[in-house]
Design a protein around this ligand. Structure first.
Ligand SMILES: Cc1cc2nc3c(=O)[nH]c(=O)nc-3n(C[C@H](O)[C@H](O)[C@H](O)COP(=O)(O)O)c2cc1C
Length: 211
């Protein structure tokens, strides 16, 4: 097995290092975040550094890079307090990837990528029409990470829209059956297959698979 020290990694070409390091933390929940600016411009961007924070209250966080690199989603969230998260399916990964391009604040990634914009009654933030699993978020807290000037954006799930055929009797969501993909690094997208589900693990028994 080859060993790479921090000095090796630092010496690499920037793009090589970015690819290598971005793959290390593994497969990601690539998601499209929909927002709107105070001026009424819809914005859509792909984010994969998502994390579940808690189920009650239902909290999900994501990492936003420094504002000069990725300015629009975070500014719109700060301004309006709401945003949508939309699963990505294999049928539109090319369009989802396109939303990572640097567009100006007045340009809508919905238009530029060709993804459909969906408005729901009394909800200010736009959803992705093509997405089979989507939810509305209310901003809770933005924590600046001083070390690299990025931000941890924490939100509360307020409304969920999901095809009921993927909901198991115990609440598990078979998101693979909805066609949701996973991503790796900054440009790799994968389909998924369930290997197994297991019962709640206990220290005094060997955990069984759920049939
Ligand atoms: C697969 C993929 C995953 C990405 N994940 C993130 C992420 O987690 N955080 C982030 O700040 N940018 C991420 N980006 C980059 C943003 O999509 C990009 O900076 C985008 O232009 C931000 O748009 P905005 O200024 O409209 O928010 C990712 C890009 C790709 C292709």
């Amino acid at each position: 097995m080859q060993h790479f020290s921090n000095d090796n990694i630092k010496s690499w070409d920037r793009f090589y290092r970015t690819n290598f390091i971005n793959c290390l933390s593994g497969f990601k929940s690539a998601t499209l975040i929909g927002t709107i600016s105070c001026e009424g411009n819809p914005n859509l961007a792909i984010f994969s550094n998502l994390v579940h924070i808690g189920a009650d209250p239902a909290l999900i966080g994501f990492i936003n890079r420094p504002k000069e690199a990725a300015p629009h989603t975070i500014s719109n969230i700060e301004a309006t307090g709401v945003y949508t998260m939309n699963h990505i399916h294999a049928s539109f990964i090319d369009k989802a990837h396109q939303t990572s391009a640097k567009y100006s604040a007045g340009e809508s990634e919905f238009q530029k990528s060709g993804l459909g914009i969906e408005w729901k009654e009394n909800i200010k933030a736009p959803f992705v029409a093509e997405s089979n699993i989507k939810y509305l978020m209310e901003l809770v807290e933005i924590i600046p990470i001083q070390y690299n000037r990025s931000f941890f954006v924490i939100g509360k799930v307020t409304d969920v829209y999901v095809d009921e055929t993927i909901i198991a009797p115990d609440g598990f969501l078979y998101i693979d059956n909805a066609g949701s993909i996973t991503s790796l690094g900054i440009d790799g997208y994968y389909e998924t297959n369930l290997i197994a589900r297991f019962r709640y693990a206990k220290s005094d028994t060997i955990t069984e698979k759920i049939k």
